[in-house]
Design a protein around this ligand. Structure first.
Ligand code: CTP
Ligand code: K
Ligand code: MG
Length: 175
C-alpha cells in the first residue's frame, strides 16, 4: 500500500501552481476539481510513489536476510513491476481527484471535510486501477482479510499524517 499512500502526502508537500482543471467551472457554477488538485501535486506524487515502490523491491531481499524472515517474493519482469507501481500511484491520485469532482458537485468548497471518503478515496482508486491492470497480482496480494485490515488502518494512519502535515504547514486543514 505504500506506493498508494505516499502520492497523497507528497502531493500536499509538492503541490501548488496550475490547477488540473485550469480554473474552469461546470454548468453548476462550481469548479470541476478545485485549486486543491494541481499538476505539480499529481506528477510529484506519482513519481514519489513509484520511487518508494522501487526502493521496497530493492530492499526485499536484504531486509528478509537481515531479519531472518521470509517476505513474499516477487517473480515478475521489470515492466510488470512498473505497471503495478504506476497503477497504485496513479490510481491513488485519480481516486482522490474523482472524490474532489463529487465534492464540488455537492457544493463543498476545497478542503471541506467528507469523513471516511477523504480517507479512503485513494485506497479505492489504487485498488481499482491495480485490479484492472494486474488482476493476478492483485488477487494474490489483496485477500479479503488484508483489504479489511487496510480499510480499518488507513483512516487512522491518514488522520495521523494529516495532523503532522497541518502542524508542519503543508496541509491547510488537519483532515
Ligand atoms: N494536492 C495537489 N495536487 C493533487 C492532490 C493534492 O496539489 N493532485 C495538494 C493541494 O495543495 C491540496 C493538498 O495537496 O490542498 C491536500 O490534498 P487534499 O486534502 O486531497 O485536497 P483539498 O485541498 O482538501 O481539496 P478537496 O476538497 O478537493 O479534497
Ligand atoms: K487526499
Ligand atoms: Mg482534504
Amino acid at each position: 500500500m505504500l506506493p498508494a499512500y505516499i502520492p497523497n502526502s507528497m502531493a500536499a508537500v509538492f503541490g501548488g501552481g496550475r490547477p488540473i482543471d485550469g480554473g474552469r467551472v461546470l454548468k453548476d457554477g462550481r469548479r470541476i476539481l478545485g485549486d486543491g488538485k494541481t499538476f505539480r501535486g499529481l506528477f510529484a506524487g506519482i513519481a514519489c510513489g513509484v520511487l518508494l515502490g522501487l526502493l521496497q523491491m530493492f530492499l526485499l531481499n536484504p531486509v528478509s536476510e537481515l531479519l531472518h524472515i521470509s517476505l513474499p517474493s516477487f517473480s515478475g519482469s521489470g515492466s510488470t513491476i512498473m505497471v503495478i507501481l504506476l497503477s497504485l500511484a496513479v490510481g491513488s491520485l485519480f481516486g482522490d481527484m474523482f472524490k474532489s469532482f463529487f465534492k464540488r458537485r455537492l457544493g463543498m468548497k476545497r478542503g471541506a471535510s467528507l469523513p471516511l471518503v477523504d480517507q479512503l478515496d485513494f485506497v479505492l482508486g489504487a485498488w481499482v486501477f491495480t485490479y484492472l491492470s494486474s488482476p493476478g497480482w492483485f488477487t494474490i496480494n489483496f485477500t479479503w482479510n488484508i483489504m479489511a485490515v487496510v480499510l480499518i488502518i488507513t483512516p487512522l494512519l491518514h488522520l495521523t499524517t494529516n495532523i503532522v502535515g497541518y502542524i508542519v504547514g503543508v496541509k491547510k486543514e488537519p483532515w
